[in-house]
Structure formats: structure tokens, C-alpha cells
Design a protein around this ligand. Sequence first.
Ligand code: ADP
Ligand code: ZN
Length: 756
Amino acid sequence: MPEQHTTQRELFESRPEWAEDDARRGTIATVVLSEGVDKPLDYLVPEPLAATVEPGRRVRVPLGRANRERLGYCVAVRHGELPQAPLKSVVGVEDEKPLLSPRMIELTKWMADRWMARWGEVLEAVLPAGVRLRTRIRMSPLLVSSGAAPARSPTPSQAKVLAAAADPKTAEQLAKETGASRAVVSRLVKLGLLREAGTVERPSRGAAAERPAITHDRPAELSPPQESALAAIKDSMRASRHETIVLFGVTGSGKTEVYLQAVEETVSYGRQAIVLVPEISLTPQTCDRFRARFGTVAVLHSHLTPAERHAQWREIASGRVNVVVGARSAIFAPTPRLGLVVIDEEHESSFKQATAPRYHARDVAEWIAKAAGVPLVLGSATPSLETFARCLSGDWRMCRLANRVGGSQLPAVITVDLRERGSRSRGAVSPRLAAGIRWALDGGGQVMLLLNRRGFATHVQCQACGHAARCDQCDLALTLHQPGNRGICHGCGLVTRIPADCPDCRAPGLAHSGTGTQRLEEQIRRSFPDAAVARMDTDTMRSRGSHERTLDAFRNREIDILVGTQMIAKGLDFPAVMLVGVVNADAALHLADFRASERTCQLVTQVAGRSGRGSLGGRVVVQTSTPDHPAIRAAAVHDYEAFVRSELPVREALLYPPYGHIVRIVVRSVDERGASDWAGNVADRLRQEAAAMPLVRVLGPAPAPIARLRDRFRWHVQVHGPDGVALRDLVARATASLKTPDDVAWIIDVDPVEML
Ligand code: ADP
Ligand code: ZN
């Protein structure tokens, strides 16, 4: 804008020309601090750093009166007029290359708004720690920030090195580039003009290298429903038009085969695919199935060391890896040419992050796929009601795969009513379930028993006075674990010895009740001494690899009966399983969570699908005290959609998700009054703001279902309403001016999936 320039110049006539130019125009970086201040801040980019400050790199900036140096992400750079108030300057650049693409920066901004998280927190969350750690020697703040000369003028060779160091480099690179000796570099470090910031990790090659591949034959032809699902995905790819395609298919209907062929198509265009699976399904079997087709596959799971994860990240960014398989955060993998995103078991609540930023990978995946103009494929035997509703509204396309490939039948399901006399005569296993187990073992088959409670007994109580063993720090009953009569709190993990006598009334012997997986295993061993029994829950699966080892042993028929929590309900194909027993289908049905019946129906349907996958046939026995509950009834006839049809109108009438949104605020304090008073404050403010919004309801304050955890009292407030954006604005307005007392902590969870 030359005209404007001229007019302004006239205003500054009294000043020398070069000064006004410098004073009025400049390069400004917008920086989001990784901690602390929430608002993006503007900083001046000094000339020596002009070439290196760019969006996606981290920079060091002074903050506050003391100008304490802080780390932040540069999210934008603009050239132009400087504001009236003087700007502070960027003092250093942290990264050799941008860590984030412009699209990723945009995504993090969107995520921060969508889940009411701090932008800086989101930026930190999308980058693995190993990537963020990678810093190098960089220019001293002293030299750049003030522009003042250091105490002693640098020698010419020192100056050369300093100029080259504006861009982070190793000491060797600096020396080589400038022709200076290493001593010059060392001297500058000693003088404090250069800082050595961490070492450069050279991760071992081959983190993404091939494991011995198992052969997994590509079927000669797809079934007609598989064909049409694949055609829908390919149409979207060829047209470069984003579409979300939902594969609603029973276990064994060939969904994974569709993903594999869709990935093949993507790779054939020279593009990359991200496949998300729940962490628990990231077994070598799953990975091998992808490796057998695609060779090099990057697998991102939570057991990777920062260096391994960093190596994978770099391989992906270089474009050398075409297929990324991973859990939730793999959605942020830096694929340069993304062509497809797949989410398997999309209904799993683990796709929502439980800590800040509390994002849901399904929504993030949709944003990314939309931005890239590529298909998003969601697969499940039991899609979430959110996903179902999007399909019913015509937003997303649903492809049904109603039958198992190869024509194997879904197993017959027998429900055992636990209210009937005699059903509990043999502990947790009813005579009919025991008969089913015998039938399977005698037929040469295997058995899986699901019980979603770990430990030995779920309650320990004095029969004389009613005293129940509870955790000292949490409002939770202790679970008895053997050996050693240990009472373990499943909220905080605290272990206490259960005393022999009642601590209240001194009556001898505390009684325990409620069966956990440990006691079930013991009962099963006693009742079926000829069978090899193993247990799979978080207690037995603590060491790395134990999960895979147990599954391998089960596949190799070294185990006849596998007892476990929901861990055993997921994913895999065991052809010899003839009987699946659900020991207590109601375990999760009556939790204080509006999704309790959805979860129950999903879990029972999923585990039932493990039975009868091979030629031996199969049965399922479901033990329940509420056989007429829609969730149980639907699962018993393998008709998940019947449950969806009964549940959606209920949600709609209450404006619950998927027809409405929820923002939950959880307040914690060591002081009960502190927590309740402050939750009351929040609720009052929300009600004031919500007064003009007829469909918005504020619920609470109330003690959270887990009212105390780790010595913190927990209270919560919920806001429900039809419009998510309006709801978030409301919460932002209501909480903006609140001053949090020191002993109170609180979080905002937008569209929560856990309500405890
Ligand atoms: P899902 O992911 O729905 O559980 P999979 O894709 O794992 O189903 O398929 C179940 C089994 O059937 C696998 O062993 C797979 O190799 C096999 N399979 C899948 N599609 C076909 C097909 N069109 N023809 C023959 N076998 C198939
Ligand atoms: Zn506890």
C-alpha cells in the first residue's frame, strides 16, 4: 500500500527516514504459549530471526514484567504496520523445521474451540513428546531480544557462528558451516551467547521395519455387501470428495477386509491411510494383517518410547510410510498426502481423551478428512448412537454387512434369569451356563467367560453391624483381592489389608460378596478340573506383552476357558470358541450414566459375536436379572438395531446426545464445602446466562457419582441444550469472570463420554 505509506511518512517528517520505516512496519509473529496465558500474543520478529520464525515452529518469547523466557508456538506471521504499544521481540527459535503444518495449526484452533481447551494445550497434545523435545543449540536471547551488544563484542568468527545459529543446529554443523573451529563454538557456549538445548536423538533405524509377516490371504472375491461398501469408498476417493461411510457389520462380516482393500486403493494413488483402532486391539495379529498386505506399516501405540515414536513420526512425515495404524492420537500423524482415514470399533469410548484436551478422535477425523477431501470410514458391529443418528439424517452413508462371510451362523443366545430360584445355586455360574461350558468342552471347543468386575469379591461387609470396607481416600467400596486379603480401591489403587475382625463392632470375620474375575476363575477351575483356565484382566495383564501372550496361548488351544473383563470382548477371531458366557450382563446397566444401556448392549453383542465363528457352531449364555431390558433383549437376538430403534426416541425426548449436547463441569477440592460452594457458584452463573435460552437446562450442583476420589471431593454441574455452539458460548460467558479459589480445581468436559 504505497499511498498510505506516503501519507504516514508525512506525519513523521521530523524523524529520519530510516527510523520511521523501522518504527512503523515490521514482521509480527502470533505466538500461543504452551503454558500459562491462554490468549495468542503478538511479538516482533527481529531481523536476524526473520528467516526462521514461521508458523509451526516453536519460539522463545519474554513474558510479563520480568520478561521471563517462555516457550510458545508460532501460529501466524504477518508483515505490516506495528501497533501503537511497543511489542516485545521473539528471542529465539526452537525447531529446525516447522513441527506443524498450517492445516494442523488450523485444526488445533478448531479443537480448542470445540472442546473448550486451551489452544496451547491442544498444540502440545497433537505432537508426541519425543518430537517436542528435539531442540538444538540456538541463539542466545541476550543478543537478539534487546538488540544491544553483548558485554564484549564478538570476534568476526564468533559473529559468523552466532548468525548461523539463528537456525538451531548441532555444534558440528555450526563449525562446519562457518569454517570456525569447535573451540569458537564452545567459547560462545561458555559466554552464554549460545545455549546447548538438549541433544539430538538418533533413533535406531527400523522402528517401522518389517516383522516376519504372517500370510493373510486376500480373498479371491468380496461378498456383494463388501463390494458395495468398497465401491462407496472408492467413489469418494476418485471424486476427491469427502464422505463419511459407516460399515455396520456384525463381527466376522468382513469389515477389516474392506478397510484393507480401501487402503490398497489409497496406496495405489501414492497416498497414505490412517487406521485408528482401540489401543487394546493393537495386537501383533492386527498389525501383521496390515503388514502382510502393505509391508512397511507405522504402528503408533502407547508403549513406544519417545524416541521410537519420534522415529515413526519422521518416517511418516517423510512420506516413506504409506499406512499408519494406531490408537487415538495416531489421527495426528503427519501424513504429507493423506488419502483415507479409517476408524475401527468407532463406538469405543476410548476414542475420547479423558484428560485435557478432551477431544474425540471421531470428530477430529471428520475434520481432517473433510479438509483433505478424502473419505472417512467408520466400522462397528454396534455403532454409537451418535453415528447412527448422523446416518439417519442423511449426513453420513451407512453400508450394512448383515452376515458373516463364509455363511457361518450367528450363535444361538440363551438368557438365564438370575431372579429364578436355582440359578445361583452354584455361585456365579448358573446350572445352564455350567451345562453350556461342559457342552463346549466335550465338543472339543473353547469357552470365553465375560465378567466386567475384576478382583475376588466386590463387597466386604460385617454381617453383625453392616460396616462395609471403603477406601479412606475415595467414596468407593473396596474390592477384595487374593491372595493376602487385600482391599484394593479401583478408584485410586490404594491397597489396604482387610482386617480379620470388624473394625467397628469387633465381630469376627467380615463376609464378602459379589463375584469378581478372580473368584470366578477359582470357581471354574474347581468345577472343570480337566480344563486349562486363564484369566485376562488388568490385574493379570500388567506386564508388557502379556495380553498378546495370553491371546496367542488361547489361539494355540493351550487354554480351554478364558475368563476376563471386557478385554476379552474385543476384536479377535477365535474359530474354536463354542461358548461365550456373560456372567452378569447387568453389571454396567445401572450406572449413573445415560449411556449405560447403550454400553451394555454393545458389550453383550460384541462378546456374543466371539462365539461360533468356526465350523463347530456356537452358543451364548447371558445371565441377567433384567432379561426384558431392551439392551439385553436386543443383544440376545443379535439385533443391535432394535435397541437403537428403542433408544433413539428416549434420547430425543430428553434432548440427550445425539439430539442435544452436554457440557459437564467437574469441581474438585480437598474441602467438601469448597467443592460444593464453588460448584454452586458455577451453577448460579450458568443459570443467569441460560435464562434467555428456553431449551437449555442446568443440572446441579450435585455430588458426582464418585463423590470423592483420591481425597478430593467431587461435585459436578451439567448443562444440556440442543445447540453445541450456543452451549459452549454460554459456558464460556458464565465462567469467564470467575476467580477460582486456591483449593478448588475444575475442568470442563464438552460432550463427555464418562459421567462418573
Ligand atoms: P470383521 O472385521 O467384520 O470382523 P474380517 O474382515 O476380519 O471381519 O473377516 C472375517 C474373516 O473372514 C477373516 O478371516 C477374513 O480373512 C475372512 N474374509 C473376509 N472377507 C472375505 C471374503 N470376501 N471371502 C473369504 N473370506 C473373507
Ligand atoms: Zn481410593
